[in-house]
Design a protein around this ligand. Structure first.
Ligand code: DGL
Length: 261
């Protein structure tokens, strides 16, 4: 049994980190498509095509038995296609994040921040409405500069602080009490977001994925093999990887076109 976890870059490591410590004996392979990050400002067709290539590598070369889409952008567009093409369990982050937000909100006013593509898809709005029976109020905001900040390792100090304020000050004038970090890169900025808006409850899908996988009961104990795969190595990725998950072996791989449209 092996899990294949993937994202456009370093962000999905926030999900990998939680899964790795919750399931120490499960084999896990993480793929970050660092050569092509960000996905969040690309078209749905390109996001789907890139996702197919990531999943293909993990299934063909690493023989994973389940895919964890550690990316909200991919989860917003490609999950149905991944399920039908690969015929494996495909876990996505949106439902888990929406369920958690509905549990923690006291006033039913929820903010959602994510990439341009995720916000444009309305995936969280639709999921929150469906799960709550349309009883919540939702405000969304795309924050496209957060991903490059994180990928560059610019996660403390004035630049990320001002960028967070630039995107979130207006949103925080709404009556929201809960903020969904609808991008797996954003938990890395969560300490700063909490410092700036301490009244807000933050929900990130990384932590709630552990529960989801436990409920599915699909994991068995094995050697606990771990590997981090990237499509391009950069010093910034390397140091964030070390900060988040320690000194796990990292390998640069090449993705191939799948021809799946
Ligand atoms: N971490 C990803 C997400 O959750 C993608 C960010 C990007 O590549 O733009 O949406």
């Amino acid at each position: 049994m092996a899990l294949g976890i993937f994202d456009s870059g370093v962000g999905g490591l926030t999900v990998y980190k939680e899964l790795s410590s919750a399931f120490p004996h499960t084999n896990m392979f993480y793929l970050g498509d660092t050569a092509r990050v960000p996905y969040g400002n690309k078209s749905p067709e390109t996001i789907i095509r890139y996702s197919m290539e990531c999943a293909c590598l993990l299934t063909d070369k690493y023989h994973v038995n389940a895919l964890v889409v550690a990316c909200n952008t991919i989860s917003s567009y490609a999950v149905d296609k991944l399920k039908s093409v690969f015929g494996l369990p495909v876990l996505e982050v949106i439902q888990a994040g929406a369920e958690k937000a509905l549990q923690v909100t006291c006033n039913g006013a929820i903010g959602v921040i994510g990439t341009i593509a995720t916000i444009r898809s309305n995936s969280y709005v639709n999921m929150l409405k469906e799960l709550s029976g349309d009883t919540v109020r939702i405000w969304q905001k795309a924050c496209p500069l957060f991903v490059p900040l994180v990928e560059e390792g610019l996660i403390t100090g004035d630049i990320p602080r001002l960028t967070i304020k630039f995107y979130l000050d207006e949103l925080m004038k709404r009556p929201i009490d809960t903020l969904i970090l609808a991008c797996t890169h954003y938990p890395i900025l969560a300490p700063l977001i909490s410092e700036l808006y301490p009244q807000i409850r933050i929900v990130d899908s990384a932590t709630v994925m552990v529960e989801k996988i436990k409920q599915m009961g699909i994991l068995v104990s094995e050697s606990g093999r771990r590997e981090i795969l990237v499509t391009d190595a950069s010093p910034a990725f390397e140091s964030l990887k070390t900060m988040l998950v320690g000194n796990i072996r990292m390998k640069v791989i090449e993705l191939r076109e799948t021809g799946i449209a």
